[in-house]
Design a protein around this ligand. Structure first.
Ligand SMILES: [Zn+2]
Length: 244
């Protein structure tokens, strides 16, 4: 499984673009990064995308969705519809974002022509999509928003993605369930409200000693011993059971 980091920065930091992670060519996790500009730099195309997974509806994870969806429909009108998996509220939020971005007439016509098929998932739901077994884990990040983390499994490799989360049961379950965890680490020198910070990430690492941690959503670019630090443009090949 190939993992490309499109955006490794926390919402308001200068450490990198906002969230976006490409798995192989067809699966995108979150869309805060300027994906349409970044994919060609990696030899990829929006035409390759089959499945989008959205962890939650904060802007640093979704604001580039309208551009991505519209680009794919306009440039490749005959492709199968994208599958878009997200938390509760995704359908309405994507419609609101798209209409704000392009105006309701253009957006509604575009979606009717070949817009994404949107599914709102709950904790524990698991389905095979585009060759990946996707499973949702509810996490605690916002009192008003339903927030999910996910695991992605294919060809003997399992990758978790924390989305944004406080230290909670959902992220602890996910950390123990996967070989690799793309894990947010917003705070390094002090606790970060509604997010994970270094001490909590280190606690998760102790609880899941066989899981390899890849830290992202970075508020500061500082190392955590034993974990890999994401950076924009980083590409990793994940192998079954690998520890290095
Ligand atoms: Zn975020």
């Amino acid at each position: 499984m190939d993992l490309a980091i499109l955006g490794s920065g926390a919402a308001f930091s200068a450490t990198g673009f906002n969230a976006g992670y490409l798995v192989d060519a067809g699966l995108l996790l979150d869309c805060g990064a300027p994906v349409t500009g970044l994919l060609p730099k990696m030899g990829r195309s929006v035409a390759d995308l089959e499945t989008l997974v959205i962890s939650h509806l904060h802007g640093d994870h979704v604001l580039n969705l309208p551009i991505l969806i519209a680009t794919r429909v306009v440039q490749y009108p005959n492709l199968p519809r994208l599958r878009l998996i997200g938390p509760r509220g995704t359908q309405e939020h994507v419609a609101d974002l798209g209409r704000l971005t392009f105006g309701p007439e253009f957006w509604d016509d575009l979606v009717a022509a070949n817009g994404p098929l949107i599914e709102e998932w709950e904790d524990g739901r698991s389905s095979k999509l585009g060759g990946y077994q996707l499973t949702a884990y509810e996490v605690v990040h916002s009192e008003r928003l339903h927030c999910l983390a996910f695991s992605v499994e294919a060809q003997g490799v399992s990758l978790g993605y924390s989305g944004d989360t406080a230290y909670c049961d959902g992220i602890r379950r996910l950390a123990r369930s996967v070989q690799y965890l793309l894990c947010e680490c917003t705070g390094w020198s002090a606790p970060a409200p509604i997010h994970l910070w270094r001490d909590e990430v280190e606690e998760l690492m102790r609880e899941a000693p066989s899981t390899r941690f890849i830290l992202t959503h970075l508020g500061e670019r500082r190392p955590v011993p034993g974990a890999l630090l994401a950076s924009d443009g980083l590409r990793l090949t994940l192998r079954p059971g690998a520890r290095d």
